[in-house]
Design a protein around this ligand. Structure first.
Ligand SMILES: NC(=O)c1ccc[n+]([C@@H]2O[C@H](COP(=O)([O-])OP(=O)(O)OC[C@H]3O[C@@H](n4cnc5c(N)ncnc54)[C@H](OP(=O)(O)O)[C@@H]3O)[C@@H](O)[C@H]2O)c1
Length: 272
């Protein structure tokens, strides 16, 4: 069984597709196995392709590959699908990261293909620290699943989903999650300013705290976040006073539940 697909065509090498190509080559995909199709390659992609010897094409001329990875914008699919339909043969695995595009939708556009995987990465994938979850339809073989584990695992943590509609919940949690953390950073900085600290120092304290706490949680991977929280919370102390507000009614958990529900509802509305 091959660890990597022998031939992989990546369609769309923007922010996410570019990060994937970079991650795959770093993780050991042979440059000769990869072809990137991108009409307007960024200087980074052009230099990655040139330095590694990856074929970079502006249009599609190749025979059907083992894996056809789709990373164009969802709104580009109407234009792209007819151009790539000939690349999706019966034996080709179609691996899509297009937000909101269901497998039924992709099947209708790529009628020869049988095996489809729909994945939802997040932006820290660009630094190899993403979280990706994916659903495979019943036609995906064991070998194709292992390719996906390699390809999607090259961007960070990877999990399989049992149901396709769980993608909407994943979108609401890890897909949008980096934005929630950035918003938390902004809120912490705003609170610092309210307490009278200068704006620049407020942002430095907030950023450093979120970065440091995230890294601490990563390095102490076996320790539950609740334990890490208790470790910095003396009974009757200052952190306990803040947590009494954050954990009260309408507090952080309630807010996060409402925010995630709103995101999932929007993802379900947009799916098609
Ligand atoms: N960014 C995220 O956080 C994130 C998270 C999860 C999923 N996704 C999904 O990832 C996908 C890509 O997002 P992105 O942020 O990477 O977008 P992006 O930076 O705009 O990348 C899309 C790329 O596809 C290229 N493209 C357009 N038409 C093409 C064609 N006919 N053939 C080949 N390439 C073509 C675009 O080129 P031009 O610039 O010339 O149009 C662009 O470089 C989206 O479907 C999104 O839903 C993104």
């Amino acid at each position: 069984m091959a660890e990597w697909p022998a031939r992989l065509v990546l369609v769309g090498a923007g922010k996410m597709g570019g990060a994937m190509a970079h991650g795959w080559l770093e993780a050991g995909l042979a440059a000769s196995s990869l072809m990137i199709v991108e009409p307007h390659p960024s200087p980074e992609i052009a230099s990655l392709a040139a330095s590694r010897g990856v074929v970079l094409a502006t249009g599609i001329t190749a025979p059907p590959p083992d894996v056809l990875a789709l990373a164009v914008k969802p709104q580009s699919l109407d234009k792209v699908a007819p151009e790539i339909a000939a690349l999706a043969a019966e034996r080709t695995l179609v691996l899509s990261i297009l937000a909101g595009k269901t497998i039924a939708n992709l099947e209708a556009r790529l009628p020869e293909a049988r095996a489809f995987v729909r994945a939802m990465p997040n932006t820290p994938a660009a630094i190899g620290r993403g979280v990706t979850a994916a659903f495979a339809n019943a036609s995906v073989t064991g070998e194709q699943r292992r390719w996906c584990e390699r390809l999607l695992g090259a961007m960070g943590a990877f999990y399989w989903l049992e149901q396709e509609d769980a993608i909407d919940a994943v979108t609401a949690i890890s897909g949008g999650g980096p934005a929630y953390v950035f918003a938390l950073t902004e809120a912490l900085a705003a609170a610092a300013e309210r307490l009278g600290l200068p704006a620049e120092l407020s942002m430095s304290l907030a950023r450093g705290t979120i970065e440091g706490a995230g890294e601490l949680m990563r390095r102490q991977g076996a320790t539950p976040p609740a334990t890490l929280r208790r470790n910095v919370t003396s009974p009757g102390g200052t952190t306990a006073a803040a947590l009494a507000v954050l954990e009260g009614p309408g507090g952080l958990e309630d807010l996060m539940i409402r925010a995630a529900a709103a995101a999932r509802a929007r993802a379900a509305e947009m799916a098609g």
